[in-house]
Write a protein that binds this ligand. Structure first.
Ligand code: GLN
Ligand code: ZN
Length: 764
């Protein structure tokens, strides 16, 4: 019989209970015991859901207070000295919170650890801080405690831990400057391996049969020394103790498959959703006594699985390998919402196409039953329901829009190119008449509680359309007058009508749906609710023209129109799986192209298309970068290629590494790019300098994440630094990012100082 299991379950809770409890604890309104109780309840509930789905064993160790990597880092005792950890003491929960957030109910506030994206997901982990000669030990007991906790509830458990090589790969340290694969890190294995062996021995003593060791780094480009290390480590870890399920996801092993050749590991999990082509090569390297676990249910997206297709994909192997074939979601279900059953506002048709964590486990149950020699009737019925839903989805007129299809036929012929920058910029300068070092902002202004209440009341129906529109207009007028008063050169309307830069556009475009509770953990207690792109994307009506046009009518200064770019909308949504991402991106680009055309016609002379997620769309393997960058750049150019020479196109990117993709950024050919640079003191500009980036640049002169008001002299110095590296006539002066999370007093002070800084630069 085929065994089913799961790699991890979302811990946040269907009502975001974990978020609420953590935030209450940080605020001092919940005790540590009460917090612990919430954790226990959530774990028990999630284990039960998983056990009820017939899984052979439930994962333990996927629960985390803030982040599963931080949980493990503290477990290993890898706590940087500034957190004041003493000798052999256990690491306290508040130390963990201070590492994550810089402060906790007890302990001295201190600089938090760095946080960054978990592979190509929107989940962020806390980066382990590594140092040569770092010592490791078992410094917490949560893993063993939770194993006992699950066993006491009657569950078969499978502990889940991050693998030593992935943990090192994710870690950083001053001594390791060569990126994730810095060879120096491998020396730490001598310290690390014995601790892993102790952990495995202790788990075995608790009666654990299988341990899942997560090594997603095995799907990345790895140097040979790292592959060799993998072999060495897993030879050691599978030599004694519980059976080891070496677990990979988010891609294929590809050239790293050599690691497995003759490796005595007891089992291997691979992601068949992302990399179905790896099945044959891996099935043949594994011996008959090794477990092959196939990730067949998409852990990264929310569509119902085509179980017939999976069944035909795995049936032969299931018959051949028997209980040495396991089936699972492709990765931890951390990346999808908890339960579709609580969504009451989705229509039945759309609902029938979707599957969240709870439903995915049920799909797994049905699949396993269907693979039996004589499946039971209920499972056959479930399979039939699934079949009908998928069939309906494939043929639904809600998905296929003939107008969009028609337009897509001719998409290759649509104009993307603009005349050379030197020519355009002349026309733009002639029209706009801006001074040297023009000043602007990134788009949003403080989102006060009054604005939030206004939007909320309008949504709930408590406020009528006319009153709402008047409220937004008043806010726009206030923002325009403010910008005029302090002397900014290029104004914005302030984005008061937007709750979120992707949601706003999604709600106005056809082909999108929204959930009520479809929360996915982004970092710590923060969750996001990504829109669902289910069908052809179509612009139903102008989306921003009225607001931007109104703003422009109030002032003689240029007002910048504000749009979210096609790649960012794609990247921050759940995307349909029945056509390539590139195609969906092109449809988004066409919708934006129409909006840009209308903005221009309405007299908006500057239009900004934000692409903060441009870099995160980059595939994990370098060999796939070019193809992605090709369509991502093309989509941007497809949306902007419609404008006249004198219309100025801006783009904005933040919080990403630009070195690797600078050519693609240049190929987007925006007239102006504003980027976040102040935290690195303009270091990020080196990419633009080395490449001799040809167009205008606004390197952010202050960090918008703090209420601290930057000094004028500090901003002048930063800009001088920029001007020593880039042609001064190409430079703009602006903050790092949007101001929506800031308050008015600091915004006024900071922007006033920024305008003075620009004046000082002009006259020196
Ligand atoms: N225009 C957006 C804003 O100002 C950009 C936000 C972002 O870069 N994430 O809020
Ligand atoms: Zn930004």
């Amino acid at each position: 019989m085929t065994i089913t299991h799961s790699l991890g379950f979302p811990r946040i809770g269907v009502q975001r209970e974990l978020k609420r409890a953590q935030e209450a604890y940080w605020a001092g309104s919940l005790t540590a015991q009460e917090l612990e109780l919430t954790g226990q309840e959530l774990r028990a509930r999630h284990w039960q859901i998983q056990a009820d789905s017939g899984l052979a064993h439930v994962p333990v160790g996927d629960f985390a207070w803030y982040d599963q990597i931080l949980e493990w880092t503290t477990f290993l005792g890898a706590v940087p000295a500034r957190f004041g950890q003493h000798g052999q003491d256990d690491v306290a929960l508040d130390t963990l919170f201070r590492m994550a957030r810089g402060r906790a109910p007890t302990g001295t506030p201190v600089a938090a650890c760095e946080m960054t994206k978990w592979f190509d997901t929107n989940y962020h982990y806390i980066v382990p801080e590594l140092a040569p000669e770092q010592e490791y030990r078992i410094a917490r007991s949560y893993l063993f405690d939770q194993v006992r906790e699950a066993q006491a509830l009657g569950h078969q458990v499978k502990p889940v831990i991050p693998g030593p090589l992935t943990w090192l790969w994710l870690g950083k340290g001053d001594a390791f400057t060569d990126g994730p694969t810095d060879l120096g890190k491998l020396a730490l294995l001598d310290q690390l391996l014995p601790v892993y062996q102790q952990v495995l021995a202790q788990l075995q003593a608790l009666g654990v049969e299988w341990v899942q060791i997560d090594e997603p780094a095995l799907v990345m480009d790895l140097p040979q020394a790292w592959r060799d290390a993998y072999r060495r480590v897993y030879q050691a870890l599978s030599a004694s103790g519980p059976s080891v399920l070496l677990t990979t996801y988010f891609g294929g092993l590809e050239d790293n498959v050599s690691v497995l050749d003759g490796l005595p590991v007891q089992g291997l999990h691979i992601d068949l959703v992302r990399a179905p082509e790896q099945l044959d090569s891996l099935a043949s390297v594994l011996g008959d006594d090794q477990v092959l676990s196939l990730g067949v249910i998409d852990g990264r997206n929310i569509w119902r699985t085509d179980l017939d297709q999976v069944k035909s994909q795995v049936a032969a192997l299931a018959a051949q390998r028997g209980n040495k074939l396991w089936l699972a979601p492709s990765c931890s279900l951390l990346h999808v919402p908890v339960d579709l059953a609580v969504e009451h506002e989705l229509d039945d048709e759309l609902r029938s196409w979707l599957s969240f964590a709870v439903q995915k486990l049920d799909e797994l149950r049905v699949l396993a039953a269907a693979l039996k020699a004589s499946p039971d009737t209920a499972s056959l019925q479930a399979l039939e329901v699934q079949r009908v839903a998928l069939e309906q989805r494939r043929n639904s007129p809600r998905i296929h829009n003939p107008v969009v299809q028609q337009r897509m036929q001719g998409v290759a012929e649509l104009n993307r190119g603009r005349p050379v920058f030197a020519k355009r910029i002349q026309a733009q300068q002639h029209k706009l008449g801006l001074p040297a070092y023009p000043t602007t902002t990134i788009g949003s202004f403080p989102q006060t509680s009054e604005i939030r209440v206004l939007r909320r009341d309008w949504r709930s129906g408590a406020l009528g359309d006319a009153a709402y529109q008047q409220g937004i207009r008043d806010e726009i007028e206030k923002v325009i007058r403010f910008q005029e008063r302090i002397g900014l050169d290029v104004l914005v309307h302030g984005e008061p009508e937007r709750n979120d830069m992707v949601e706003y556009f999604g709600e106005l475009l056809g082909g999108f749906a929204f959930t009520q509770y479809g929360w996915v953990q982004s970092y710590g207690s923060r969750c996001v609710k990504p829109p669902v792109i289910f069908g052809d994307v179509v612009r139903l009506a102008p989306m921003t023209v009225a607001w931007s046009g109104y703003a422009q009518s109030l002032t003689a200064k240029p007002v910048k129109g504000m749009l979210t770019g096609p790649v960012t909308i794609l990247q921050w949504s759940f995307v349909r799986d029945d056509q390539p991402r590139a195609t969906t991106c092109q449809q988004l680009a066409l919708a934006l192209r129409d909006e840009i055309e209308d903005l221009e016609a309405a007299g908006i002379g500057i239009i900004q298309i934000d692409e903060p997620a441009f870099r995160e769309g980059l595939p994990l393997r370098r060999a796939s970068w070019a193809a992605y960058l090709d369509w991502a750049v093309d989509s941007f150019r497809l949306s902007t290629g419609i404008v006249n020479d004198e219309t100025q196109i801006h783009t904005h990117m933040c919080y990403s590494e630009f070195n690797d993709i600078i050519e693609a950024i240049a190929a987007m050919d925006a007239d102006v790019i504003t980027i976040e640079t102040s935290r690195s003191k303009m270091e990020l500009l080196s990419a633009f300098e080395n490449f001799q980036y040809p167009n205008d640049i606004g390197p952010g002169v202050y960090d918008i994440h703090t209420p601290n008001v930057p000094k004028e002299s500090w901003m002048v110095d930063l800009m001088k630094k920029a001007a020593s590296r880039l042609p001064p006539e190409r430079l703009w002066v602006n903050p790092d990012c949007g101001l929506k999370t800031r308050g008015w007093p600091e915004t006024e002070a900071a922007l006033t100082a920024m305008v003075s800084a620009a004046h000082a630069l002009r006259y020196t």
